[in-house]
Design a protein around this ligand. Structure first.
Ligand code: HEC
Length: 181
């Protein structure tokens, strides 16, 4: 038999779990879905993908790392986009953005500060005919709360992505090239 004290203790624990801010509980980022229906889980495992290239944005002081899945990396290595045509179906490319900060150990080095966002583009021509076969998704990260939120109020956000990426239409809408290593 449980004592009254044990019952009280369990009730208190249950109450604390209920009222604790969402931020104190670990978020399952892969449960999130962008307004156009693309789920964060579609790039599950991206943390281990190969690097295409880093980049640095001077106007908002951000360092980025761009990673791609194996299908797309293989295609890059074979000369896509260009020699071998465009990237194949199933290609996925992710950009992880961080604030750029001076290294605490060496001021001349700019290194990643806080995580700001994870965004990606995936190729599925049947699913995304309106944006030349590529589907766009962006998840903003709040470093204080430790949570991601989908970017965009409705499906129109991806037209914004597509419009700018059309600058590199002749590179199959992908800006980042694959440098030697
Ligand atoms: C105003 C222009 C602009 C807009 C809008 C834009 N991008 Fe980009 N994007 C770029 C540029 C430039 C790069 C390459 C340099 C960099 O920032 O690293 C890039 C790179 C990327 C990459 C890496 C692959 C590549 O093409 O090099 C992804 C993934 C990406 N963007 C996703 C998105 C998503 C998702 C959206 C919309 C929510 C979006 N972008 C909107 C300009 C834009």
């Amino acid at each position: 038999m449980k004592s009254t004290r044990q019952h009280l203790f369990h009730a208190l624990v249950a109450l604390l779990i209920l009222v604790s801010p969402a931020s104190l509980r670990a978020q399952d980022r892969f449960a999130l879905v962008a307004p156009n229906g693309i789920a964060f889980s579609e790039i599950r495992g991206y943390e281990d993908w190969s690097v295409v290239a880093p980049s640095f944005r001077t106007d908002n002081n951000e360092v980025r790392v761009i990673l791609a899945n194996k299908v797309m990396i293989d295609s890059y290595r074979q000369g896509a986009p260009g020699a071998v045509g465009s990237f194949p179906e199933g290609s996925m490319i992710v950009k992880i953005g961080y604030s750029a900060v001076k290294s605490q150990s060496f001021a001349a080095a700019l290194v990643p500060g806080v995580l700001k966002r994870v965004e990606f583009i995936i190729k599925d021509s049947t699913r995304f005919p309106a944006t030349s076969g590529w589907g766009y998704a962006r998840f903003l990260y709040d470093p204080l709360k430790g949570i991601f939120t989908p970017y965009g109020k409705d499906t129109s956000f991806s037209q914004e992505c597509y419009a700018c990426h059309t600058i590199v239409k002749d590179q199959d809408f992908i800006f980042t090239k694959y440098p030697s290593r």
